[in-house]
Design a protein around this ligand. Sequence first.
Ligand code: CTP
Length: 400
Amino acid sequence: MSLKGKKIAVGLTGGIACYKVPYLVRALRKAEAEVVVIMTEAATKFITPLTLETVSDNPVAIEMFPDGEYVSTRHIDLAESPDLHVIAPATANLLGKVANGICDDLLTTVICAAAGPVMIAPAMNVHMWANPITQANFERLKELGYLFVDPGEGEMACDDYGVGRMAEPDVIFDAITAFFSRKPKKKVLTGKRFLVTAGATHEPIDPVRFITNRSSGRMGYALAEAAVALGAETTLISGPVSLKPPPGVKLIAVESTAEMARAVKREFKTSDCLIMAAAPADYAPVSRAGQKIKKSSDALKLDLSPTVDILREVGKLKRDDQRVIGFALETENGLANARRKLKEKNLDMIVLNSPGEQTGFDHDTNAVTVLMPGKRPVYIALATKKVISGKLLDYVARLL
Ligand code: CTP
């Protein structure tokens, strides 16, 4: 893809991954982008400004107030003129400063004043990346709309192994070209009412204990967000999760499967489509102890009875103008089980996923297979739950 006419500011902070950045700058130049480079003082310890000046064909900016140069409002020009700012590598320090509005050098000042989008490629030691403070800064920046090229997993310069190394220059280059070739999504679901369920339910045993399923709710929340982005009026019925509802959705918080069933049946009547991404508990204790059950050395037996299968009930109520989408989480015989559920629950589509190292619950990523009656299964390869949701919603929109 040609990047002719695009001006890209590449910011480097002090990390060993600096040595890879000339490859990125060269790729951008080959694609005919104009590139201006801004370096922190620490970055200049890892790679010389002369190298970056040579590959970018432009002077490199480092200091806020360089001696003998006319600076005036240079930081504002550097902030406003690029079509995209890319920070690669971005240290934990850089994330912390940007997330907290600190402007104590040229790069952070430019980023604070940036008029357009900022894409960040973090690079740091595995423990620095895993540090809850770094993660909180990362989450905050994502929430604020900063774009990320997530760090990869592998060996580090310090001999540690794990997540934290900068994405390779070609991956960052692809993210940049994808950014420039993105098309605004058409609001194809305008006028449609969507009902999405998410998360696990809790079935109390006593006042302090409950039975539940493993489910973070991320898939359902991402689907609700994708439905809103396509213009649907969206209601999200959620079990207890630690996620913020996406802007624009109506949230109905529930706790047990019975409560979820009541809410779904009520809201379904006026919905065009139900996406049942929740993981409701299949069994609930027959009775709930009024007080905390005291432990003893004897085995504890719990009597459980099956809860209502919400999807099956809704499948029976479904009108011709309504669509019902289910999920199937399978650890074995995935396709056969999903096909059976598709038919038995009278669904228009079922999304099969299997728990794995990067899929299923507790992950930001997933890989799924979409099954529809009379159609061949479609596999959607590993991607973030946000990307998977967008693709799933494209299929759902066609069903409507
Ligand atoms: N589901 C539901 N009500 C339940 C349990 C599940 O509506 N009490 C829905 C889920 O939201 C999902 C679909 O049914 O969309 C399939 O859920 P899954 O747990 O894969 O299968 P089950 O039908 O519960 O069957 P099994 O646990 O035997 O695999």
